[in-house]
Design a protein around this ligand. Structure first.
Ligand code: COA
Length: 743
């Protein structure tokens, strides 16, 4: 039907689109890599000819079915060579009269995890990839024999896009499909936004392309994305499916327009409004909506072209570079270079958690999810019961929302033994101390543990800022001791700072890194400094926010400026949420904030004197009603003005640029110091901590990535401006910017 909207016949449209993608490849190769014409011609042939059969796709025949197996470890990413393999395989199957249908499957733990993300970095590779994808998808869809894709593991991004170009799809019971590109600041670039609405309908396609969240096999079947779920052996199931007599017809996704008919403008407006609200500041979700909308407005091929244009815009965006940086940063964080790869991680089967407060209970839940059995210890029966009630309530919520079945929830609950003694600690592989954040109390726990655990047991403290070495000494087994700083709620938050003491062994570290991965969380290694990576940085950020108030900014202005920057809430709203008393304790314990003669925030103590602790008392920096929404408090404004006046601080109008620069560059400068002193292994680890632990906007890549994009020279200039106004002690640029400031 769409072909009639233009004067072009589909074949012409295809040629036009193919020319467009080829043009991209040619121009990029030409511009970026080739100066001599001979070299250029060869490259072009390599890019666009699909005559050879690389080893990434194996060809076999089972009776009358050709089986193409993608074999590109570790996760079968799409590359031009894989595309060539698919095209060559389809050509061979088409030419073989004995073959009636084709099954496309993949080797290893997953079907295709999409495009190789590294190929997005430069124009030439991206263009080659796009040409490869388009070619492979078209070869499959054009094939005159039925093509069945057999999916297992994760068919994500380009993996799903290739699968949708097959005529049928079957999926293993544990498989999942998704278009996660928005999480990389991109949109599907190989037809996903045009084929998915044709299979699953526009609403479902919008949901999947905009959120990026994958769906499981059952939901994929219900949505019409796959045609069957295979409970047993996937290949056998796929072969049987391909042999099903009634299915031996080709059925091209691109021609299935019936689900596009009911798309209303409202659907797109709603999707847009939702994305603006829930994915604040991000451009890719809006581009994804635009691309899906194109599927309802133009022919398939023109839709592909619109998708390619939007994809290219996204690929060039800073947001995409930031999110791709984070993708690899998260995976790099687990590597500890001075712990050799062969170092044995001890198996953790039995653990004990000391302290059943919010943190202890959350950690116990996280451990049970990974199959670890847990002894949860408190000092009194009453405290223990409160902790267990918290845990039970958590599982009850999970069952009610459908996240867990009742059976799984009771299985997990049964893994927790609650007790007020140290009974059974002798058998534990790991103990995590999660008692009140006070060094003396924590040291006492370590002294007690020393007498009750086995010689190989690993001792961890869940402190958020205190001295891990002091506890290690108290426990008398420094080799086996380290910090595991979980974030609250510990069963939900993905970040764990793994804190290395001065004597922590490689084996202890390797065990902790492996355990955190097993908990489906991200481990970032930190040295033993007060506040480790995250809290030490956030202290500087919070201090600057308070200074800004003293100098004339309002609470609302400071909160709004940082919210608009992309933080989940402003810094003073964060203080009110955590509790001003808790923040005061953190600030008091921080050596960096308590250097003699260095300016300290002066309003916070005034709030505490009045009992304005934040949300929990109904007022802090703002007032709070039942809905917990902040209401400007004129009394706080007057208090700030009076306190600053008494201290003779000059007050002036402060704009949001200055608010953002001072708070964010305070973070950045402290991050650079952590890097210099070796507290953190790499700048990207800092980015991971700030994004996953503190809600720094992922699409800005984290503070260190943000600083690099700004340019270290500009960062240095701004810090020096602040130094001239506020003094050396607060604003000395970290050596990193001083030495790299020339760049
Ligand atoms: N491109 C390039 N490399 C990729 C990749 C991709 N699309 N997907 C995974 N990898 C790499 C990882 O960086 C990692 O490399 P490393 O071992 O050198 O660190 C390796 O493959 C294994 O990936 P990992 O994420 O550690 O494995 P997993 O089993 O935990 O998860 C996936 C597998 C597929 C679920 C996960 O890798 C994933 O979500 N990948 C991205 C999917 C995606 O966004 N695709 C769309 C691209 S546009």
């Amino acid at each position: 039907m769409h072909a009639h909207e233009t004067n072009l016949q589909p074949a012409d449209e295809w040629r036009e689109f193919q020319a467009f993608t080829n043009l991209l490849a040619v121009s990029f190769i030409n511009a970026s890599t080739c100066s001599r014409p001979g070299v250029f011609e060869t490259r072009l042939r390599e890019t666009l000819s699909y005559t050879k059969m690389p080893a990434f796709v194996h060809y076999a025949v089972d009776g009358d079915i050709a089986v193409l197996t993608i074999d590109h470890p570790p996760v079968n990413t799409m590359t031009p060579a894989v595309a060539e393999g698919i095209i060559a395989g389809i050509a061979r199957a088409s030419a073989d009269d004995a073959v009636r249908a084709v099954v496309l499957r993949a080797e290893g733990k997953t079907f295709m995890a999409g495009a190789d993300i590294k190929d997005f970095e430069d124009d030439a590779s991206a263009a080659r990839l796009l040409a490869g994808f388009t070619g492979a998808a078209r070869a499959m869809e054009d094939c005159t024999k039925p093509v069945v894709a057999a999916l297992h593991g994760s068919a994500l991004g380009g993996g799903l896009e290739i699968a949708m170009a097959a005529h049928y799809r079957v999926i293993a019971l544990d498989g999942r499909v998704g278009q996660p590109e928005v999480k990389l600041g991109l949109i599907p670039g190989a037809g996903g936004t045009q084929r998915l609405p044709r299979l699953a309908g526009v609403a479902k396609a919008l949901e999947m392309c905009v959120s990026g969240a994958p769906i499981n096999a059952k939901d994929a079947l219900a949505a019409g994305i796959v045609d069957a779920v295979i409970a047993g052996d996937l290949l056998e199931g796929a072969l049987a499916f391909a042999r099903g007599a009634e299915r031996m017809s080709v059925r091209r996704t691109r021609d299935r327009d019936e689900k596009l008919a009911n798309a209303s403008a409202v659907l797109f407006e709603e999707a847009r409004a939702r994305a603006v609200q829930t994915m604040r500041g991000q451009t890719a979700p809006l581009a994804a909506i635009e691309a899906v909308r194109a599927s309802t407005q133009m022919s398939f091929v023109h839709g592909l072209r619109r998708e390619a244009e939007l994809f290219e815009q996204c690929r060039h965006s800073v947001q995409s570079k930031a999110l791709i940086h984070l993708f690899f940063a998260e995976r790099a964080a687990g590597n500890v270079p001075d712990v050799p790869p062969g170092t044995r991680a001890k198996p953790i089967r039995r653990a004990a958690v000391v302290g059943a407060g919010t943190m202890g209970a959350g950690i116990a839940i996280a451990l049970t999810e990974a199959g670890v059995s847990v002894r949860l210890k408190e000092t009194t029966q009453a405290a223990l019961e409160r902790g267990m009630e918290r845990i039970q309530a958590n599982y009850a919520r999970a069952v009610k929302s459908g996240r867990l079945t009742a059976d799984t929830a009771s299985e997990r609950l049964a893994r927790i033994t609650s007790q007020i003694s140290y009974e059974g600690f002798i058998d534990a592989d790991l103990i995590i101390e999660a008692v009140f954040e006070n060094i003396e109390i924590k040291k006492q726990v370590f002294v007690e543990l020393n007498g009750v655990v086995g010689p190989e047991c690993i001792l961890a403290t869940n402190t958020s800022s205190l001295d891990v070495d002091a506890m290690a000494e108290a426990g008398g087994r420094s080799n086996n001791t380290l910090g595991l700083h979980f974030f609250s709620p510990a069963n939900i938050m993905r970040l764990v700072e793994v804190v290395r003491g001065k004597a922590t062994s490689g084996e202890t570290l390797a065990t902790a890194m492996a355990l955190v991965k097993r908990l489906n969380k991200i481990a970032v290694l930190s040295g033993n400094t007060h506040g480790f990576i995250g809290n030490r940085m956030i202290e500087m950020y919070g201090r600057e926010a308070q200074f800004l108030l003293e100098e004339g900014a309002t609470v609302e202005q400071v909160n709004q400026a940082l919210y608009d920057f992309g933080m989940p809430m402003g810094p003073l709203a964060m203080y009110d949420l955590v509790g001003n008393d808790v923040m005061r304790d953190i600030e008091r314990g921080s050596p960096a904030l308590n250097i003699a003669g260095v300016r300290r925030p002066i309003v916070l103590p005034q709030l505490l004197e009045r009992g304005w602790l934040g949300q929990k008392t109904g007022r802090g920096w703002s007032r709070y009603g039942k809905d917990r929404k902040p209401i400007p408090d004129p009394e706080v404004a007057a208090l700030i003005e009076a306190t600053a006046g008494a201290a003779r601080i000059e007050r002036r109008r402060i704009d949001s640029n200055e608010i953002v620069d001072r708070c964010i560059l305070a973070l950045v400068n402290e991050g650079a110091r952590l890097l210099e002193e070796g507290t953190t292994q790499r700048a990207s680890d800092i980015d991971v901590v700030c994004v996953t632990g503190y809600g720094f906007p992922a699409w800005r890549g984290g503070p260190m990535f943000y600083a690099r994009r700004l340019g270290h020279k500009r960062v240095l200039a701004r810090i020096e401006e602040f130094r001239a106004r506020h003094g050396e002690a607060i604003w000395t640029p970290a050596p990193l910017f001083q030495t790299e400031g020339e760049n």
